[in-house]
Design a protein around this ligand. Sequence first.
Ligand code: CTP
Length: 424
Amino acid sequence: MSNIQMQKKMKDGFDEKTFKLVKDIGALADKYSFRAYIVGGMVRDIFLNRKTVDVDVVVLGNGMKFAKIIADELKGAYKEFEKFKTAKIFFKNNWVDISSARAETYEKSGALPTVSLSSLKEDLYRRDFTINSMAISINKDNFGELFDYFCGTLDMNNKILRTMHDKSFIDDPTRILRAIRFETRFGFKIEKRTLDLLQNSLRHNIFNNLSGERLREELFRIFDEPSPLKAIKRLKILGVLTKINPNIQVDLPSFKLFSIIASSRKLIIGYKAQLRNLYLMALLENMQINEVEKITKMLKLSNEQKVAITHSIELQQLPKRGLSDISQSDSGLYFLLQKYNTEAIIYFMLMQNNKKQTLGIKRFIDKLQYVKIQVGGADLKDFGLKQGPEYKHILDLVLKAKLDGEVDNREEQLRLIKRILKGQ
Ligand code: CTP
């Protein structure tokens, strides 16, 4: 493809702001004598007509130095990841990742580091799949020149996902999950040898070497796809899930849970709940609570997420009969559900197959959980009641009456307290 054709593709593939940002970075590369390339998923997505906003740049030479220049000149916030020799520059609506292609350096005093295109090729070779291993130059003299050393465009045209080298999955087990995410996202096929390598890698306890955080982020990226079910099915068929943890047993009913969550997307987002947390609940649904606790710890979930997941398991264990009796009254629902995390309750609602119960739980989420009474401890004190556990008991009775529509305003609530106290 000619540079002109590629430039047109870039213009069409990026939104206006991203295209300008890429050009600005290219101009800075010229000004400060760097060779810069956009790389990875960003290049892939141009060919697949998907819009990307985050920019991934590889620089021949000292990428950190170039990243600081970009941050300075384009007024972005700079963050360096020393360990990985990468930097991120944050702008209002997107960010730029900068990394250095390993330069061939001759450390003779005074000698300039010699950087060559072979370091770009090496950088691309270390990546996950051929479709993610292309680069496009953004310097002015060859803006739009495509570097496709490993036939990424050919694989893309043939809808094939091919690993770059035999050790790829062993080097980085997250690539197993990535393979399945890309395969299902793009409707590609994992090429035979790549699939063999993936399956071979599973024979070793490959996930033992992977940090909980990285595993979690990769799982969440699957959950962020519009419909993760396909990927989950594939992960199960290939035996990936049980390699992650033998207790993750998804079955036909779990598949249904994934579909329900996907089709309730709008509702879940409307409640400001995290889809990923609900998918995780579905993934761990068949596990024992002590196993769930272990896995949430391993995945280094936040405390709030841990609570949400464990509550979702506890809620399922509520006796079904009890729930249908209790959901007859609003106060019953309230006192049953109020101690649980809202995301867990939303999940619980979606999993009901009894309409009345679903509506009851929805009423709790929308309304009942916010019901407040207009009397408090000070009123009980005025009634001459000594402070103690009785206070909570009486106020709960008032709340129950309010929830069930037996009392409304403060006067009625005070009258009820009087009646309760007399009855004692
Ligand atoms: N990469 C890799 N191995 C990984 C992660 C990333 O080789 N385990 C490389 C790939 O070249 C990838 C690029 O880094 O394209 C950027 O990675 P990332 O932003 O994680 O993914 P994208 O490919 O951009 O995918 P997505 O569209 O899901 O963001």
